[in-house]
Write a protein that binds this ligand. Sequence first.
Ligand code: NAD
Length: 258
Amino acid sequence: MPRGFISKIQEAGVGRLEGKTALITAAGAGIGRASTIAFARENARVIATDIDQAALQDLADTANVETHLLDVTDSAAIAELVDGQQGLDILFNVAGWVHHGTIEDCSREDWDKSLLINLTSMYQMARAVLPGMVRRGSGVILNMSSVASSVTGAPNRFAYGATKAGVIGLTKAIAADYVGQNIRCNVICPGTVDSPSLQGRMRAQGHYEKARQAFVARQPMGRLGRPEEIAELAVYLVSEESAFTTGAVHVVDGGWTN
Ligand code: NAD
């Protein structure tokens, strides 16, 4: 890339994702939603998918955004959606599920569900988009993990941490296999981010304020992250600005694991 390329794009007011098509899972709320809005602002054509039709409703009116129902655990639906696309330049795997508890709290059903939503879904999505990226000679895959993974152990995050560690391994393996084909694969590991599902988990603990304070207490910055802060890192990682980065773990956690 020529020197000064990025600054020239920015000066010209051209979006950093101009001409790119991006598919995002779990786009209806939280980090996926903020990323959809940020990618669209940078002029990507965004295929925003979610299992919840109502959550996608108002995104459908956003410029550059097209919405589709997609359950990331449904392999036939994944194949159908990806086959129907002209060319995907970017895949952002966001969907994930938190099981609260230790290994003893984790039934075989909880374990299987964690694997399916957090890890198998990313295998299915990446496997579906990669042949097209290989044919076109470029592509970017970005996966959502968490610092509760191989980065650090968090209490009561047994199945979540194990499967999110798997996301890091999956990312590094894809990055190693496809680096010669101009396809990059990176992973984001956030700390605690104030999203609707986090608020639901805090409510489910019975004492919302106490639960919130406990989450804030492990953040040295004394606050939770915002979905928009994660979305800006995602824009960087799927854009040409990060062209020299692949197979890397990107921690954005307010200093939690420092
Ligand atoms: P979220 O968990 O609130 O979920 C966002 C969307 O996921 C919802 O609109 C929901 O309908 C959709 N969804 C649920 N199951 C789905 C399925 N099977 N298929 C498709 N969509 C489905 O969003 P969030 O809290 O922003 O988390 C997004 C990702 O970031 C997850 O992978 C999560 O593990 C990870 N993460 C979140 C935090 C946090 O504190 N919020 C921290 C670290 C990592």
